[in-house]
Design a protein around this ligand. Structure first.
Ligand SMILES: Cc1ncc(COP(=O)(O)O)c(C=O)c1O
Length: 379
């Protein structure tokens, strides 16, 4: 018998079907008009995405990393300032603080949600803290009530990292509307992905938006007149066209992610409740998870992921080493044991396949294989 086809952790093919024709047409239009840099379609996408998020302004830039770093700069953060974030995130979150010239300060995560813990953040505040970057990791919203309370009490800015959470909600409102600014990534595998690098910042603050528009474009507000030192971090016409063509499908793709996650949760809940070394992601009444990734907590991760791989089911680890233990950040002076919850999570997290267009039979295969592995049956 032919072995069953491998199921990837992520597959972008299905997105090309409903959006494909519109994407090609939009790209052809950009080529025809030669509207590659600062094109009209960028403004159209910015308006459409600002409306989708529920913010007054959206400024497109050329990656999620640039969105974070330019947002910090646009909020006036730089040398001498401290910015608190989580060690359990993609490295770009921390890099952005360093690019802005500020000092990154880390605080541990809430072990249930994998998100930055407000309790830990309160302990890390100093007189130099100017901003906090809560990361809605995997698509699970951070506790935005707590972070906005800290912001008011300590007079610090909140920059949401929404790279993985397009469409997640906190108390019925989309994440990205809470902080002073919110950075999005449109890296191809994200919930809304470009055909290359892309990102942007959502904000209601016209001053932040204006500074971002200047910073992303070499610091000029008029051609060849530069008031500030800027960067070349523009979102190009090709990517704006792709994103604008895909945007009408985003809500459906998020719903598809949530439906698959619901099936996983339902099927794996009893294993999770048995406390035998597998835990499903949390389902909290005040949140809707956008399931950029479906991440299990597995005690014996290496053995389980090996069995899944042997059964043709791909897995991934987001992320195996927390940032305070990354060699490149040794100079920050953190040690093993500083953030025990992040260190434990890094040992136990396992992402399993989930993407729009995944079929019911693929879902079933993933579920049955996990159940069989945990009940000791051969797979
Ligand atoms: C949490 C988080 N922040 C920031 C980024 C950076 O986004 P980009 O890859 O678009 O620069 C990513 C992307 O991978 C991410 O997952």
């Amino acid at each position: 018998m032919k072995p069953a086809a491998k199921i990837p952790v992520m597959d972008l093919t299905a997105q090309d079907q409903p959006a494909g024709k519109a994407i090609l047409k939009a790209i052809q239009q950009v080529i025809k008009q030669k509207a590659f840099i600062n094109p009209p379609i960028l403004g159209q996408f910015e308006q459409a995405f600002a409306k989708w998020v529920g913010r007054k302004e959206f400024v497109g830039v050329n990656s999620g990393t640039a969105a974070l770093f330019l947002a910090l700069k646009a909020m006036g953060i730089g040398p001498g300032d401290e910015v608190i974030t989580t060690p359990f995130t993609f490295i770009a979150t921390l890099e952005s603080i360093i690019y802005a010239g500020a000092k990154p300060v880390m605080a541990d995560i809430d072990p249930d949600t994998f998100c930055l813990s407000p309790v830990a953040v309160r302990k890390a505040l100093t007189s130099r803290t100017r901003a906090i970057i809560p990361v809605h990791l995997y698509g699970h919203p951070c506790d935005m009530d707590e972070f906005m309370a800290i912001s008011r009490e300590a007079n610090v800015k909140i920059l949401e990292d929404v790279a993985q959470a397009h469409g997640a909600t906190w108390r019925g409102r989309k994440v990205g509307v809470f902080g002073h600014a919110a950075a999005f990534s449109f890296y191809p595998g994200k919930n809304l992905g470009a055909y290359g690098d892309a990102g942007g910042v959502a904000t209601d603050d016209p001053g932040i938006a204006e500074r971002l528009r200047i910073l992303r474009n070499h610091g000029h507000h008029q051609k060849y007149i530069h008031d500030v030192e800027g960067y070349n971090e523009r979102l190009d016409g090709m990517q704006a066209a792709v994103l604008l063509a895909k945007l009408p499908h985003l809500d459906l793709w998020i719903k598809q992610r949530q439906a698959i996650a619901k099936d996983y949760n339902r099927a794996l809940k009893s294993l999770s409740d048995q406390k035998i070394g597998i835990r499903i992601p949390p389902v909290r009444p005040e949140t809707t998870h956008a399931y950029h990734l479906y991440v299990l907590r597995i005690k014996d991760r290496e053995r389980i992921s090996k069995s899944l791989t042997e059964a043709g089911i791909s897995t991934a680890v987001h992320y195996p080493i927390p940032l305070h233990l990354q060699p490149c950040f040794a100079y920050l002076g953190y040690r093993r044991g500083d953030f025990p919850e992040s260190e434990r999570a890094a040992q136990e997290v396992l992402s399993i396949p989930l993407y729009p267009g995944m079929t019911k039979s693929q879902e079933k295969r993933v579920i049955n294989t996990i159940i069989n592995i945990f009940s000791g049956k051969s797979v």
